[in-house]
Ligand binder design. Structure first.
Ligand code: GLN
Length: 286
């Protein structure tokens, strides 16, 4: 591979079995950007740019990794979420564009300078609370996860993005830690595990083989397991008028809304993601 164009060609052919052509192209330009230090725009515009031996060898190493189906974000060790740099590794889910839409909704809803208490349950890389804290700077933000290595990643992400968040190791299914239960929240948000075995069959191998199963899967017989527990917790821990935000499984929108109605939530709104799938819920506790 002597030029950027050669690299595009080699990657395209080698990745054709795993990725669609546009996916392969997007991945290739990310990798070339990483290796050459050029901007993404120049990588695409100046494909005759020459690669030196070191660059070309590094590209081939990345390609070997990509051919195993490993997601590019894990290979590079970082991604972007809502414009912020986020370190990722196999202990955390790779942040999804749908979750950016959820964050966008929260930011449109929550007044600035409100000094709100915000809690994120099952934080993973910390992408949700980090964006919220960086935009709502006078809020107090708390986040929990069951996985110590996810929390370490989230701590590093908060440090890199220079935001102050209280991270606590805890299980969504038994939230008894006094540091969490000792106060009320204006906003509780969660993108908990929601993938069932039935969904798994339709998922890309690079998700199911590489991303953390604790963050993804829920038992088939109880797809709302985490939503029930969080809603129950929220009925005690939200202030009057407080907001609960969920990212949800597209197949369980109606069930999740029903469950929230039964628990006494009001003004429940179900929204679709950009693919038109039921993906987010906002509910208020009056
Ligand atoms: N949206 C993710 C996926 O499709 C799942 C996220 C989750 O389980 N919370 O892989």
């Amino acid at each position: 591979m002597k030029t950027v164009k050669d690299a595009f060609d080699v990657f395209k052919t080698s990745l054709a079995e795993i990725y669609t052509a546009p996916e392969a192209e997007a991945i290739t330009s990310l990798v070339i950007t990483e290796v050459t230090g050029l901007s993404r725009a120049s990588v695409r515009a100046f494909t005759e740019t020459e690669l030196n031996v070191v660059q070309s060898e590094r590209l081939l190493t990345y390609l070997d990794d990509l051919k195993t189906g490993k997601p590019i974000q894990y290979i590079l060790g970082h991604t972007e979420f809502y414009g912020l740099p986020i370190e990722v590794n196999p202990s955390v889910l790779i942040p999804r564009p749908e979750t950016e839409e959820l964050v966008e909704w929260i930011l449109q809803t929550i007044p600035r300078n409100s000094g709100y208490n915000i809690l994120d349950l099952g934080t993973g890389s910390g992408c949700i609370p980090i964006v919220l804290k960086s935009k709502l700077i006078d809020s107090k933000v708390f986040a929990i996860d069951i996985s110590p290595s996810a929390l370490e990643t989230a701590q590093r992400n908060a440090a890199v993005n220079k935001v102050d968040i209280t991270f606590i190791e805890a299980d969504i299914l038994s939230l008894k830690t006094p540091e969490i239960t000792g106060q009320k929240y204006n906003v509780i948000v969660s993108n908990p595990p929601y993938v069932t075995n039935a969904d798994k069959l339709q998922m890309h191998r690079n998700v199911t083989d590489f991303e953390p199963h604790t963050a993804l899967f829920v038992p088939d017989h109880d797809p709302l397991l985490f939503y029930n527990a969080i809603a129950q917790f929220a009925t005690n821990q939200l202030v009057k008028g407080g907001n609960l935000f969920f990212e949800i499984n597209e197949s369980y929108g109606a069930e999740t809304v029903d469950m929230l109605v039964k628990k006494g939530f009001q003004h429940i709104e179900l929204r679709q993601d950009m693919a038109g799938k039921d993906r987010m819920i906002r509910a208020i506790l009056l």
